[in-house]
Design a protein around this ligand. Structure first.
Ligand SMILES: NC(=O)c1ccc[n+]([C@@H]2O[C@H](COP(=O)([O-])OP(=O)(O)OC[C@H]3O[C@@H](n4cnc5c(N)ncnc54)[C@H](OP(=O)(O)O)[C@@H]3O)[C@@H](O)[C@H]2O)c1
Length: 245
């Protein structure tokens, strides 16, 4: 993989990538998506068919850096999250940096439409937070395992309030928030102006069709981000756009 911006470097190693993708402050909210060049966030209903080896490398390194991996319930249902979020090399790196071995997993589900028996819960080696804007009953709480915490937050525009989610995570010491979508969750965070870094991998594919864009929701006042880093491998572009300082 070569760096194009801010400097041209013919081959970059993981140390360079981790330094470029580090957070500039806390809280720091990053979203990571893969998109076809004609704007689809889905190929046959999933994101995986858009990726490449380079995309999977960046995806893993971004998880490695995070305090918490945040994901919408629609993405959990579609993509089948289960088991450890990171591998042994990532764990070793994190421990050497004085970080927890693995990031926490946090799921956003407006209506708590998640089954306690889902493998995203039963196979998780780390605590799982579930943000919801329904009033959770004691019976609902008891259906989930003890490592799953249901957190009530206010409802905003038919979703959970992103500002409350960020404040809650920050209060838990989880200020580096790495969100993996999906489009509804990003739309809500854009509306609440809670996006500091937008990492998009552009796959050199033309798909047409009716796949979703990476953001979905009511149109917002345009906000301009700035290019922080740009990498390229096998015609795939890896951008990190950030909120202007
Ligand atoms: N290309 C990529 O990089 C990428 C990344 C992620 C996902 N995807 C694709 O996107 C599709 C899923 O899209 P999606 O928009 O349905 O995913 P999503 O944003 O993960 O899920 C939407 C659902 O999550 C909950 N949710 C999302 N935002 C919320 C908020 N702010 N407050 C409360 N609840 C919220 C709601 O679930 P409840 O129904 O539980 O209330 C909502 O129905 C899949 O096909 C997936 O493969 C692509």
């Amino acid at each position: 993989m070569r760096a194009l911006l801010p400097n041209s470097i013919p081959e970059v190693d993981d140390t360079y990538l981790l330094t470029r993708y580090a957070a500039s402050q806390r809280p720091f909210v990053r979203f990571n998506f893969v998109s076809s060049i004609d704007g689809s966030a889905q190929r046959d209903g999933l994101s995986g068919g858009l990726g490449s080896a380079g995309d999977r490398r960046i995806f893993s390194l971004l998880r490695r850096l995070a305090d918490v991996v945040l994901v919408g319930a629609g993405t959990v249902r579609a993509e089948g999250y289960a088991g450890p979020l990171i591998g042994d090399a990532d764990i070793a790196w994190r421990e050497a940096q004085g970080l927890s071995a693995q990031p926490v997993l946090a799921i956003v589900s407006h209506g708590l439409n998640l089954e306690p028996e889902d493998e995203v819960f039963t196979l998780s080696p780390v605590p799982v937070l579930v943000f919801t804007s329904i009033q959770v009953t004691e019976e609902q709480r008891n259906r989930f395992a003890s490592h799953v915490e249901l957190v009530e937050v206010a409802e905003v525009d038919h979703g959970c309030d992103p500002q409350e989610i960020v404040a809650d995570l920050l209060a838990r010491g989880l200020g580096f928030i790495h969100a993996e979508g999906g489009p509804h969750l990003l739309g809500q965070f854009i509306a609440a102006d809670q996006v500091d870094s937008m990492c998009v991998s552009y796959s050199p594919l033309l798909l047409a069709g009716s796949g979703q864009r990476i953001a979905h929701g009511p149109r917002q006042e345009a906000r301009k981000l700035e290019m922080h880093s740009l990498f390229e491998e096998e015609s795939m572009l890896f951008c990190d756009y950030r909120r202007p300082e």
